[in-house]
Design a protein around this ligand. Structure first.
Ligand code: BTN
Length: 262
């Protein structure tokens, strides 16, 4: 369990770096940094994360979990569940879904992304910094032109304007509940809970030459893919692309190209 502490700063290159500095200087779990302006936001897999100044939530939270390094990716999944739970309330009646490993979507468009970084010493997790980029008050004209089709925001969905601090605090409080459950029960419930929001089961996916059908999420959070020859492949990290429309269950067509990458 942690006490949520939310610090808002005017400008940061990346809130991940600010939170990391705080973690290294001993700040407790639950300490979170929100930047109104983030100039060098990082995304997953070395990508950049763009947030229009003052509009979206760019937040990083320090956790100090007692877990094995191999279970650390579960925290990103847990965070995506916390974010989705809050977005269901903010964007009612829209239903929030998730894309492996921890993107958050509404109407199949990305509304939030999560970046998990941390430090391990002698095989023990010292701390984890979970970064959240949530499209809160941005409008279509704020997005890069090539991404307007694949992104959405709370304001686009509802026509409302949201307070960064209030939304950040709600997410932290939900994350505290979920990490509390994690401490008591262990990681087992995370993939189960996450899959309730997962819409891509039985959908064709591809990644780095592996193509097949997404059949489930393993106990450690890895994506299980059945390839055309019937074998199972476990994907533990990286991005996958989805192929739409969803074909009949377990039917695989090698000739269809990847038509969407998000
Ligand atoms: C993704 O690629 O989907 C993850 C994006 C994570 C972006 C957030 S914004 C706040 C925090 N600071 C960063 O530099 N990145 C994360």
């Amino acid at each position: 369990m942690f006490d949520p502490i939310l610090k808002i700063i005017e400008i940061a290159e990346s809130t991940q770096d600010e939170a990391r500095k705080l973690a290294l200087s001993g700040s407790p779990a639950g300490t979170s940094i929100v930047a109104i302006v983030q100039t060098e936001g990082r995304g997953r897999c070395g990508s950049k994360w763009f947030s229009p100044p003052g509009k979206n939530l760019a937040m990083s939270v320090i956790l100090r979990p007692k877990l094995e390094p191999r279970d650390a990716p579960m925290l990103g999944m847990l965070f995506s569940i916390a974010v989705a739970d809050i977005l269901d309330k903010l964007c009612h009646p829209f239903r929030t879904s998730v894309k492996w490993p921890n993107d958050v979507l509404v109407q199949d468009k990305k509304i939030a992304g999560i970046l998990s970084e941390g430090q391990i010493t002698n095989g023990c997790v010292d701390f984890v910094v979970l970064g959240l980029g949530l499209n809160l008050n941005s409008l279509e004209e704020d997005f890069p032109l090539n991404l307007t089709e694949s992104l959405t925001s709370c304001s686009i969905l509802t026509g409302l304007t949201f307070n960064l601090r209030e939304v950040g605090m709600s997410i932290l409080i939900r994350l505290r509940e979920l990490t509390g459950r994690f401490e008591i029960e262990g990681a087992g419930f995370v993939p189960r809970l996450w899959q309730r929001r997962w819409l891509h089961k039985d959908q064709r996916i591809c990644r780095d030459g592996v193509e097949g059908t997404a059949i489930g999420i393993d106990d450690d959070g890895a994506l299980l893919v059945e390839t055309p020859d019937g074998s199972w492949v476990k994907i533990s990290s990286g991005e996958v692309c989805l192929q739409r429309p969803c074909p009949a269950k377990k039917v695989f067509n090698r000739d269809l190209p990847c038509i969407e990458k998000s």
